[in-house]
Design a protein around this ligand. Structure first.
Ligand SMILES: Nc1ncnc2c1ncn2[C@@H]1O[C@H](COP(=O)(O)OP(=O)(O)OP(=O)(O)O)[C@@H](O)[C@H]1O
Ligand SMILES: [Mg+2]
Length: 493
């Protein structure tokens, strides 16, 4: 329901354009934002959503156009001046001050113009405490960011964005990486920002949650508006369906008996891992056949990344990991990778200041020139955007483009066993479909074996021949994806 009709807009964006060299990331974009509304911005990866927000906020200088806030054109002002006028932004990637506490991080956001406070006054501390409680950080105010779980780091970004009581809040991908329950909590928080009379602009690829939150939504593609309107109307739009939502993912599992290797290619047997006193894996046993696609489903913190890092040789463990009948214990991570077990980590680990092409060449450095060229050509067919952006610096790629590059680099190593840790994080539905097709193509045209870690079960299930559920360091379920919903789906579906 649109409860804001009749209100004059608090923010009017007119003809906003941002060019990076020859690339027009945002093109002639116009929109209005009213107090007390949530305005969604959707579009495929690289369509210019983050750039639009950063340009409105003054973090990127607009090439052309106006950003009129309460009657005044603020376009071209530096970010701190725009912030002071009443803007706050939640960034796509968290960047806290790691040596300060949560409370101090919020205090710095309260006073962006001063150096770090020597004499924090009581009112300031009280206000920071109030904000911490407001976003659910009350219990961890004295902790430092590196010790916090992922969701709390995102809460801290929300806290910083609303610290100075802004009238306009720009929120970039708040839901990426959160569990279903956490998405619910964050949705409530964002709704409460609106109910306090703020204008909220929201970007996220979680289409369901965005549709449930927004009063209006603008869909964009290649920097330009496709259509603006109510969420249900916009989602029905032909172009939006084609360039953003894509089609349904459909594949079918192969029964375990169809894999003919007598000894599974990879066996993890009774593996336990500890970080200090905390147990991260407890007697975990899984196996993967040659050519099989296996998904490990689990929420944040369940132990997926620990399991993959253990297989890759980075962590000490008890139990055995056996590849092709041979124990891996004592083999260095580099040798394990060279032998064909390649992990594409959740944190991507790209070389930010190197180009797309250089990152890919690093993945393929062991190949002869001829084979590397073939592999690149094959990869560019899988991810055409990487071909277009070969000379762009990795750190300036959009979130989703970086994810594609990370997967691309892993594929350049020609893995026998490819481990994908949360590959869908931050990917637009249409890119999920592309990745899904790429995986299917791998499944049908190569002997590759895939181990996929996901909390997104709508992606993990269709791509699995078999599924394991990892909860609190333990495997609690194993079976074929068709039985997942009935037997293990609670909390995931
Ligand atoms: N500093 C830069 N230099 C060159 N190109 C850039 C720069 N910043 C962004 N781009 C490009 O501009 C385009 C828009 O990027 P943007 O980050 O706004 O996309 P997005 O819609 O937020 O995508 P995602 O959903 O993947 O986060 C992308 O193709 C990106 O590679
Ligand atoms: Mg973005």
């Amino acid at each position: 329901m649109d409860t804001t009709a009749g209100n004059a807009p608090i923010l009017e964006v007119r003809g906003l354009t941002k060019r990076f060299g020859g690339l027009t990331a945002v093109k002639d974009l116009s929109l209005d934002l009213r107090a007390g509304e949530i305005f969604g911005l959707i579009g495929p990866n690289g369509s210019g959503k983050s750039t639009a927000m950063k340009t409105i906020m003054g973090i990127e200088r607009p090439t052309a156009g106006e950003v009129v806030f309460q009657g005044e054109n603020v376009a071209g002002l530096p970010a701190h001046k725009i912030a002071r006028k009443g803007f706050g932004m939640v960034f796509q990637h968290s960047r806290p001050l790691n040596r300060q506490t949560v409370l101090e991080n919020i205090m710095v956001a309260l006073l962006p113009d001063s150096l770090f406070m020597l004499f924090p006054d009581r009112a300031l501390t009280a206000r920071a405490e109030w904000i911490a409680n407001r976003v659910g950080l009350g219990a961890v105010m004295e902790r430092r960011p590196p010790t916090l779980p992922f969701a709390d780091l995102r809460r801290l970004e929300l806290a910083k964005a609303i610290a100075r009581d802004p009238k306009v809040v720009l929120v970039d991908e708040p839901f990426a990486g959160l569990t279903l329950a956490e998405v619910g909590v964050f949705s409530e928080l964002i709704r409460s920002f609106r109910d306090e009379g703020r204008a909220v602009m929201l970007v996220d690829h979680n289409v369901k949650s965005v549709a449930a939150l927004v009063d209006r939504v603008l869909a964009m593609y290649l920097g330009e508006e496709i259509v603006t309107g109510r969420a249900d109307e916009v989602m029905k739009n032909e172009t939006v369906r084609r360039v953003y939502l894509g089609g349904a993912i459909e594949t079918s599992a192969r029964p375990e008996t169809s894999f003919k290797d007598k000894v599974p290619l990879l066996q993890v047997e009774n593996v336990s891992v500890h970080y200090g006193k905390a147990q991260a894996l407890e007697n975990v046993s899984i196996h993967v056949h040659e050519g099989e696609f296996v998904s490990v489903v689990g929420l944040n913190g369940a132990g997926k990344t620990t399991l993959f890092n253990t297989i890759s040789g980075f962590l000490p463990y008890s139990g055995e990991i056996i590849r092709g009948g041979e124990k891996l214990r004592g083999t260095s991570p580099a040798r394990i990778a060279r032998s064909g077990i390649v992990q594409c980590p959740e944190s991507r680990e790209l070389f930010g200041e190197m180009s797309v092409r250089e990152n890919l060449d690093l993945g393929g450095q062991h190949l002869t020139d001829e084979i590397r060229e073939q592999q690149l050509a094959w990869l560019f067919e899988l991810f055409p955007i990487l071909k277009q952006r070969q000379s762009q610096m990795a750190q300036t790629l959009s979130g989703g483009e970086q994810q594609m590059l990370a997967i691309g680099r892993a594929l350049m190593m020609q893995p026998k066993i490819l481990i994908l840790d949360e590959p869908t994080l931050g990917l637009a539905p249409v890119i999920l479909e592309l990745l899904s097709k790429a995986l299917e193509k791998l499944r049908q045209t190569t002997p590759i074996t895939v181990l996929l870690g996901e909390q997104n079960v709508t992606f993990a299930l269709p791509h699995a021949d078999r599924v394991y559920v990892l909860e609190h360091a333990r495997i609690v379920w194993e079976g074929d994806p068709g039985r997942f919903a009935a037997e293990a789906g609670e909390g995931y579906l």
